[in-house]
Design a protein around this ligand. Structure first.
Ligand SMILES: [Fe+2]
Length: 723
């Protein structure tokens, strides 16, 4: 656990609205808190430096802290179960995935009189009966096979405890059973649990199950007590009991639903067509949903805090953390007609990206630079991200913002930059270059977030003449893409300052976008892929995967789309003939002699050493780039680490030429009704902005684009000759 950390209940808050911060102080004790508006998130002393403006805040000062626990692992909580006295039986069907982890509970009940647990472990199925006279455990002693289906059951009948285990066809393993005499007892009111041991007297659940469970059932003699059907309401956290007592359960920590069950035949891939084939939930011992911390500091944002990027800074005896939040104007567009759109969906999905070795890599430099020195691989206690595997080897498909997002901070680096003076940034710290540029160029702006666009749609975007992205706006809902498309169709202007944007679909939790579900279906650069039959989201039944595979390639929206990925190395762009097109004359203003075909831009940068790097996007009319789009500059990379993304490589002969795919295109296009888009198509581009005090060619180009795009004068329709 970090000495001090926390999370906010929201990413953005309007002036005059309340925000709550849930903070944990290890061991409790007093801590200091202050708020600042962040100008630049980069701690690199060879860059612009971490800079902020202190905010006047009534709660600034010392506060009494308390430790708030975090418990990984998903399960189903069923409080208030009453077992009748006498014979009792538990059963379930399961697909175990991590037997080496030890004994794992599948179905469990506990009361003050005792407990009964049915589970699996390294030696096959087991059951454990605890009564006032002692504890008895049975094991079949016959090992299970991971990722195969079994029925297991135990029953306590007439003073005998018996255990059964049998494999489903086509596996033809022996049926196994075990029995012993047991002291039967009456265990009346208590709590039931699926996928975890139910003894919660210590408030800590244990023995988390890894794998799929379906149809956990409790019987008493010939009577059904409870039978949970996970194929019902699988878009929610509710576990429906089809038995007579309505023992409805609640899923804790976001286990994955809409998973193929033991009866899945392969003929149905969309669970909504036959939910009965999707009666399984996949539980993991490292799932993390809502940490459930209570508010430590809650306040109403003063109306004189201008819209911007803010951080709550925490200090406990010299140990620090900061929690980033975005202050919006009380009335959108009232403060400025330029908006920075913080990619809070992507920040959330990327949170807790545990990359082995990063903590060790960044610690020394972070301390030397006065930056936060925390990395997710050094703090696995806060869970994993969809860029990780669960402990059982399955891909992580759920993301949550109701937990400390310890790598989404300001004044934080994420790797040792391969370039000598580079900063090694991603995400929030990197995106500070965009707001720093606007501030230094005296361009007034407001901030809004993906969460706001999801909730308020094109009506919000329409309050601004121009909207700018950050480095990596990768994850989008149908709602955010629709809002952006509508905004552009209505004459809005958009500057996409990143790479690999608008790429994957996410579906928010059914109660709202505090959590996201993603299905890594079909193609795409991805560390894991959805299993057969599991490409449809549980929350809304829609198909998941790449927006390109869903008929909405990024080129349709912003003119360019993901094409190549390589190491965190960057290279210069060159202007090409398009820069001389009179339609983009505004881009050359004040640097007509520098912005000419063949002249370089972005030769230096703080992210990988230049402007074109890491993940690059290209224009392609076949994928939706309008024919009238103008490419004003291009970088074609020869670095061998840069390879086509999966969806750009069809067989061993394609792509025939590197320059077809391994490139980034600086692309401009007018949109209907006087709007326009400018896209850079590189993850590292914004790292070139701060060079020479934001007075280099790349920074001046972007400044010219922002100024023209902020001007309400409509862009003329492109002449047909340019089409
Ligand atoms: Fe990405």
């Amino acid at each position: 656990m970090l000495p001090i950390t926390g999370y906010a209940d929201r990413w953005s808050v309007r002036q005059g609205e309340r925000i709550d911060f849930n903070i944990s102080v290890l061991g409790g004790g007093r801590y200091k808190a202050r708020v600042a508006r962040v100008l630049c998130g980069d701690p690199n002393p060879k860059g612009p430096g971490y800079r902020e403006v202190p905010a006047t805040w009534a709660m600034e000062g010392e506060h009494e802290g308390e430790e708030q626990p975090i418990h990984l692992g998903s399960w189903v909580d069923v409080p208030g179960v009453v077992l009748p006295a006498g014979d009792i039986g538990f059963s379930a069907t399961l697909w175990p995935t991590r037997l080496a982890a030890g004994q794992q509970a599948v179905l469990s009940f506990a009361s003050t009189a005792g407990s009964l647990t049915l589970g699996v472990g390294p030696n096959g199925a087991y059951c454990r009966l605890v009564t006032p006279s002692g504890e008895q455990t049975l094991e079949t002693g016959v090992k299970l096979t991971e990722r195969a289906w079994y029925d297991i059951a135990c029953d306590l009948t007439g003073g005998t405890l018996a255990l059964h285990q049998s494999a489903h066809r086509p596996r033809l393993d022996r049926q196994e059973s075990a029995a012993c005499s047991a002291a039967s007892t009456a265990m009346l009111g208590g709590a039931g649990a699926v996928a975890v041991a139910a003894d919660r007297s210590t408030q800590v659940v244990r023995a988390h199950f890894n794998g799929k469970i379906e149809r956990p059932t409790i019987i008493a003699g010939a009577q059904k007590v409870a039978a949970w059907d996970f194929s019902q309401q699988m878009g929610t956290d509710t576990a429906i009991d089809t038995g007579p007592n309505n023992y409805t359960g609640r899923c804790i920590n976001l286990p994955t639903r809409a998973m193929t069950g033991s009866n899945w035949r392969g003929d149905v891939h969309r669970w909504t067509e036959d939910p009965a084939q999707y009666g399984a939930i996949h539980f993991h011992d490292d799932d993390m949903g809502d940490a459930g911390w209570h508010s430590s500091l809650g306040f109403t944002v003063p109306t004189d805090w201008i819209s911007g990027v803010y951080a709550l800074h925490l200090d406990k005896d010299g140990a620090r953390d900061n929690i980033v939040f975005y202050v919006r104007a009380a009335v959108p567009g009232s403060q400025a007609k330029v908006a920075f759109l913080a990619p809070t969906f992507s920040y959330t999905v990327y949170s807790q990206y545990q990359k082995a070795g990063r903590q060790a890599m960044i610690t020394e430099r972070s301390r030397a630079w006065g930056a936060l020195a925390q990395a997710p691989d050094g703090h696995p206690e806060y869970g994993v991200s969809p860029y990780n595997f669960h402990s059982d080897g399955s891909g992580v498909g759920m993301a949550s913002m109701r937990r400390p997002l310890i790598d989404k901070r300001v004044n934080q680096i994420h790797l040792i930059d391969p370039s000598p003076d580079g900063s090694g940034l991603y995400w929030i710290s990197a995106d500070g270059y965009v707001t720093d540029l606007l501030t230094r160029k005296d361009i007034a702006f407001e901030v809004i977030t993906d969460h706001d666009v999801h909730a308020e749609g094109a009506a919000l975007l329409s309050q601004y003449n121009v909207v700018l992205t950050g480095q990596h706006p990768e994850y989008h809902t149908t709602e955010t893409l629709d809002a952006l498309a509508t905004y552009l169709a209505d004459g809005g202007r958009f500057i996409y300052l990143g790479g690999n944007g608008f790429y994957w679909k996410v579906v928010p939790h059914y109660e709202g976008p505090w959590s996201f579900e993603l299905r890594r279906a079909e193609g795409g650069i991805r560390l894991w892929e959805t299993l057969p039959g599991e490409s449809y989201h549980a929350h809304d039944g829609s198909y998941g995967g790449l927006w390109r595979r869903l008929g909405r390639p990024p080129q349709q929206l912003v003119g360019v789309g993901f094409s190549t990925q390589g190491e965190y190395n960057s290279y210069p762009y060159s202007f090409i003939d398009g820069i001389l097109n009179p339609r983009v004359a505004f881009m050359r203003e004040g640097m007509e002699d520098l912005a000419t075909p063949g002249a370089p831009l972005g030769e230096r940068g703080l992210m990988g050493g230049a402007a074109a790097g890491h993940e690059l996007d290209r224009a392609d009319t076949l994928l939706g780039t309008p024919r009238h789009a103008i490419i004003v500059g291009r970088a074609v990379l020869t670095d061998p680490t840069f390879q086509p993304v999966n969806e750009e490589r069809r067989d061993h002969t394609w792509p025939a030429k590197r320059e077809d795919i391994i490139r980034s295109d600086l692309t401009f296009m007018e949109t209907p009704n006087g709007g326009a888009v400018f896209s850079v198509g590189s993850m590292c581009f914004i790292g070139a902005l701060p060079i020479d005090g934001y007075e280099n060619v790349a920074a001046r180009l972007i400044t010219n684009v922002v100024r023209r795009f902020a001007d309400p004068a409509p862009f003329p329709k492109p002449p047909p000759t340019d089409d």
